[in-house]
Write a protein that binds this ligand. Structure first.
Ligand SMILES: [Ca+2]
Ligand SMILES: [Ca+2]
Length: 236
């Protein structure tokens, strides 16, 4: 289609918001991964304590264009961000690298700025050079589950990426989650099984959250048949 044929008619109209590409979202507050230098050692600390896996979200209405399109239709988050804590005084010709030591299958990592696959995603190198500025890479998954990535942060040669002798790296593990959102899974183990029946009975007896299967806000005998219906309907 030749777009120029319509510009004369519509050029003066404001562009509707819906026509603009959406901007990928952080998915929550920033969680900074503080990396600092202590002599010839790197140290790591969370800026904010992180105890649970970070949830990955699917924004079904969002449409991202260009390189950000890798985030279309997937659960993602960029809450984790590398951040230098204090000054670095590194030898000439060196840099700070992040090396993927192990990532759960199904978890993808993309560069914060270019959206290029990194850290082992889609056969990309396991080593990624961190430029030292605040960097919130993107992490995505397509299926419910708990995902983790273990990284080594080290000082290496900018030319060869080989670790510098005499320098001590630091390792850390990050976790993400796509919840298995299924109301009939009363015991929350991520699957539907007969054990969920006894879990529902227990929830009924104690008035726990899992009891309310018909969503009317109450825990009543009607929730039993509702649980059976939800169980038979299954989950994705
Ligand atoms: Ca279950
Ligand atoms: Ca109910």
């Amino acid at each position: 289609m030749n777009m120029r044929t319509t510009t004369g008619l519509f050029a003066s109209l404001p562009i509707a918001g819906a026509a603009l590409a959406d901007t990928p979202r952080l998915g929550g507050s920033m969680l900074h991964l503080l990396v600092s230098q202590n002599g010839q050692a790197l140290e790591f600390a969370y800026e904010t304590q992180v105890s649970d896996p970070v949830e990955l979200f699917l924004y079904e209405e969002d449409v991202y264009t260009g390189p950000a399109g890798v985030l279309n239709g997937v659960y993602y988050s960029s809450r984790f961000g590398w951040l230098a804590d204090g000054f670095f005084d590194l030898p000439a010709g060196s840099g700070v690298f992040i090396e993927n030591l192990g990532t759960t299958e199904g978890l993808s990592a993309f560069d914060a700025f270019s959206f290029a696959p990194i850290l082992g995603t889609q056969t990309s190198p396991d080593i990624w050079q961190w430029g030292g500025m605040m960097t919130h890479n993107w992490y995505s998954a397509t299926e419910p589950g708990v995902y983790s990535a273990t990284y080594r942060v080290y000082v290496g040669s900018a030319a060869t990426q080989e670790p510098l002798a005499g320098w001590t790296p630091v390792e850390l593990t990050l976790e993400w989650e796509v919840p298995f959102d299924c109301i009939a899974d009363v015991n929350g183990d991520g699957m539907l099984s007969p054990a969920d029946f006894s879990a529902w009975v227990a929830a009924y007896n104690t008035g726990a959250d899992g009891c309310d299967q018909n969503g009317d806000g109450n825990c009543s005998p009607a929730d039993f048949s509702a649980w059976v219906g939800n169980f038979n309907a299954g989950c994705e």
